[in-house]
Write a protein of this length. Structure first.
Length: 90
């Protein structure tokens, strides 16, 4: 299952096509620094975690988004670090 823009809790993300193309190309890069203002970055991160952990629940996706927005320490900004943090704090 892949979430889409309409599945996200927050509506204040930026959604520009240039960033979307960069995000799609860099989606597999585990050292990518995530731009939390870009919806495509956040969506890609959530989808990566859900796929890795075989999660099929949109409510879990929202939980991940809220964790990222409200609980994630701001010094953690690389994709692989964020995925580890989510796993440890699930």
């Amino acid at each position: 299952m892949q979430i889409v823009e309409q599945d996200l809790c927050y509506t204040d993300y930026k959604w520009n096509n240039i960033q979307e193309n960069k995000t799609k190309k860099a989606g597999l890069n585990e050292n990518k620094i995530i731009d939390f203002s870009q919806g495509h970055d956040v969506m890609n991160l959530i989808n990566t975690y859900m796929k890795k952990n075989q999660i099929e629940d949109k409510f879990a996706a929202r939980k991940i988004e809220i964790m990222i927005r409200e609980e994630l320490p701001r010094n953690i900004n690389k994709k692989n670090e964020i995925l580890k943090w989510i796993e440890m704090n699930w």
